[in-house]
Ligand binder design. Structure first.
Ligand SMILES: *Cc1c(COP(=O)(O)O)cnc(C)c1O
Length: 384
């Protein structure tokens, strides 16, 4: 067996050992179908929707290696990865425990869609392990959490989740989009299934929508069968772009970790800033846990101004470098107000209950010069 290489090396080379026609870069196979080789099983037919094109094979192998999993599969969006996983692991009558502060699309899937298939859901507070056991039912099969919550960057008791899951025979699933495999390796910490919205850090350039799932051979095989029937396959060109984006993941995330830390510290010291949410700050409620589990605190932070709502709107228009847009994980810095974007579907009271004030601003830092970014925020704050 080859020695396990470091993630920086795997990002470049894993899955790509075999060169096609001496091409250094793995090419795009823009073909919906492939010549029959007397395949006997449906899954073995070479057809693009069946997730077995050369672009899929190489990219899936790379992602599995990077995340230290046995197998992986890419999907046409992060939501496709999440829904296909849940529809593979759960069936009518089953019950699932989910963290109470999830990405909006995932939350909607749990409360609007899964109940239509007879799958019931209960919410848990990721930081109160003593309250979880009371929610277990005979048919509880899965526990679903995120590495860090959006937009307050809270860190659930991720270690207790694994212990609890395995004590109760549950499958532990984590959406590691905010963690990235650079900062956190859930499978090494006992999680059974790791999911990403590859739209974000893995691709890193805000130019495709994609997702991926990493787990054991057996579980990925089961998920792929379901994916093949539902149909959210990533197209070969998007596979190519994701594969290219992945090569710089380590460089980008290291830069983003450093910039987000510097921006958090700078904002915290500013007299016009009331609060900063970032796990890299010692005052963050789960700073010690995050420091123990993660090798970096990520590229997303959020903050509130003392002046509140009006000042927040003004600041958004005063900053020059950040672009006002949803999403995160790209090379460009993006800025949003969650109360009017990702959490717009919630009432004021619901937002307040989650700790999301109307004036809360979220920043997803890119890879611009950190000096320029800090100066830009400094100038914008001085004009308020
Ligand atoms: C964006 C995001 C998703 C959904 O991913 P899409 O690629 O937009 O489908 C899921 N989870 C988290 C944490 C996200 O940030």
């Amino acid at each position: 067996m080859k020695p396990k290489r470091k993630i920086q090396t795997d990002l470049i080379h894993a899955g790509e050992e075999e060169k096609v026609d001496h091409s250094v870069v793995f090419p795009i196979f823009q073909s919906a179908t492939f010549v029959s080789q007397d395949e006997s099983a449906y899954e073995d037919i070479r057809y693009l929707r069946l997730n077995n094109s050369p672009n899929h094979r190489v990219l899936n192998a790379k992602i599995a290696s990077v995340c230290c999993g046995e197998a992986a599969v890419v999907t046409s969006s992060g939501m496709a990865a999440i829904s296909a996983t849940l529809l593979s692991l759960l069936k009518t009558g089953d019950h699932v425990l989910v963290q109470n502060c999830l990405y909006g699309g995932t939350h909607s899937l749990f409360v609007e869609d899964l109940p239509d298939f007879g799958i019931s859901v209960d919410f848990i507070d990721g930081n109160r392990p003593e309250s979880w056991a009371a929610k277990i039912r005979e048919k509880t099969r899965v526990i679903f959490v995120e590495t860090m919550t959006n937009p307050l960057l809270e860190v659930a008791d991720l270690e207790a989740i694994v212990v609890f899951a395995h004590n109760h025979g549950l499958i532990a699933v984590v959406d590691n989009t905010f963690g990235t495999p650079i900062n956190y390796r859930p499978l090494d910490h006992g999680y059974d299934v790791e999911i990403h919205s590859a739209t974000k850090y893995l691709n890193g350039h805000s130019d495709i929508v994609a997702g991926c799932i990493i787990s054991t051979h057996e579980r990925i095989e089961r998920i792929v069968r379901r994916l093949n029937h539902i149909g959210p396959t990533l197209d070969p060109h998007a596979c190519f772009l994701l594969q290219r984006g992945l090569k710089t993941l380590a460089l980008r995330v290291h830069h983003q970790n450093t910039s987000a830390q510097a921006l958090s510290e700078k904002l915290l010291q500013h007299e016009k800033v009331a609060r900063v949410h970032y796990a890299g700050l010692p005052a963050h409620p789960q700073h010690r846990r995050a420091g123990r589990l993660f090798s970096g605190f990520g590229g997303v932070l959020s903050f509130e101004l003392r002046e509140g709502l009006d000042a927040a709107g003004k600041l958004m228009s005063l900053v020059q470098i950040p672009t006002s847009a949803p999403s995160l994980g790209g090379v460009e810095t993006l800025i949003t107000r969650p109360a009017i974007t990702s959490h717009a579907g919630l009432t004021d009271a619901q937002c307040q209950a989650l700790g999301i004030s109307q004036g809360l601003i979220r920043v997803a830092v890119g890879i611009e010069s950190v000096d320029d970014l800090l100066a830009d925020f400094e100038l914008a704050l001085s004009k308020l």
